[in-house]
Design a protein around this ligand. Structure first.
Ligand code: AVJ
Length: 322
């Protein structure tokens, strides 16, 4: 009996719980307290992120999906038939469906995400909807090295798909490193298809990252809940407020949890203090112009071959790099 829609493989390269503890403690010891945004994405956080993408103020998801739909025929021409799509940070895979639907007979799809259950479920759904596609799932933190040879990636032209402007979450130096890593996944003829959010009116940006419905704030508070639950923490969420603002000097939205008063807390047996107005930096979302992003891509050894943009208030870009 052939199991319809089964995954061709699932590989668990899940980061260990001790990484989470060590990273959080190291981040809280810094003069500017900081926690990596990758820790937003446990099962609950991934679900809250899906709510963010539905918020009326959060334009990137809608805009990128519409742009992907518009350029589908061109992507199909560039990809040819039998392409194999690799998606680091696949999440719930809404965009990959759009891409797969645009392509003629894609041969394979490998979704990778730091949230193992989330990526497994999303990839299994894709497999059942595309019976001819070889689908694999990998639980992996894409900031860590990955030996692609250890995965059973199907043969065919590889398209590394990195939508959502996730590249914007990284400091520029780390974004450069990540682009180099993704470039190393490419062979001649392969391509990196990447979504990059563009600079725009600060009021649009600040609303997108602090939606009135409170999904983005809840996303940040989920990190507090996660620390309290998994690292035996006692952070009082009512002593914190979520803040997001546009930093024009660094061309990014910066996100913080800010103390509303002095308070002490414990995480994994270690004592910390936050003074009134002091912040925990949780995330950056860099915004580019087509030129500033292409300059970065070139520094990473990639060749900008095509770019498509959505202009106007919700500007966004998609790049085909070789
Ligand atoms: C992970 C890059 C898609 O920066 O827009 C959204 C994450 N954080 N709202 C972004 C995020 C708060 C998001 N990406």
């Amino acid at each position: 009996l052939v199991e319809a829609g089964a995954l061709a493989f699932f590989k668990d390269l899940q980061p260990s719980a001790s990484d989470f503890r060590a990273d959080v403690l190291a981040g809280l010891r810094k003069p500017q307290k900081a926690i990596s945004p990758k820790y937003f994405y446990d099962a609950a956080g991934s679900a809250i992120f899906d709510r963010i993408t539905q918020a009326p103020e959060y334009y990137p998801t809608r805009t990128e999906l519409a742009l992907l739909e518009r350029i589908g025929p061109e992507l199909n021409t560039l990809a040819g038939s039998g392409a194999v799509v690799l998606e680091p940070g696949a999440g719930s895979s809404v965009k990959i469906r759009q891409l797969l639907d645009a392509l003629d007979h894609p041969a394979g799809f490998v979704g990778m995400d730091i949230s193992g259950d989330h990526v497994k479920a999303a990839c299994a759904d894709i497999a059942s909807d595309h019976p001819d596609l070889t689908v694999g799932a990998v639980c992996h933190d894409f900031t860590q090295t990955l030996d692609l040879g250890a995965l059973s990636i199907p043969e065919g032209r590889r398209i590394v798909f990195f939508p959502g402007s996730t590249i914007g979450n990284f400091e520029l130096i780390d974004a450069l490193q990540l682009l180099k890593t993704l470039r190393d996944w490419l062979r001649p003829g392969d391509a990196l298809l990447i979504g990059v959010d563009l600079r725009k009116d600060p009021s649009v940006l600040e609303a997108a990252y602090d939606d009135a419905g409170g999904a983005t704030a809840d996303f940040n508070f989920n990190l507090v809940r996660r620390i309290n639950a998994e690292l035996n923490g006692d952070i009082d969420p009512s002593a914190l407020a979520y803040r997001a603002f546009w930093n024009p000097y660094r061309s990014r939205v910066e996100m913080y949890l800010q103390a509303l008063r002095d308070f002490h807390f414990t995480v994994a047996g270690e004592r910390f203090v936050l003074r009134d107005h002091e912040t925990i930096h949780t995330e950056n979302s860099h915004k580019f112009t087509v030129a500033t992003f292409q300059d970065l891509a070139v520094k990473a050894g990639l060749i900008p071959a095509h770019v498509w943009t959505e202009d106007g208030a919700c500007a966004f870009s998609i790049h085909w790099l070789e």
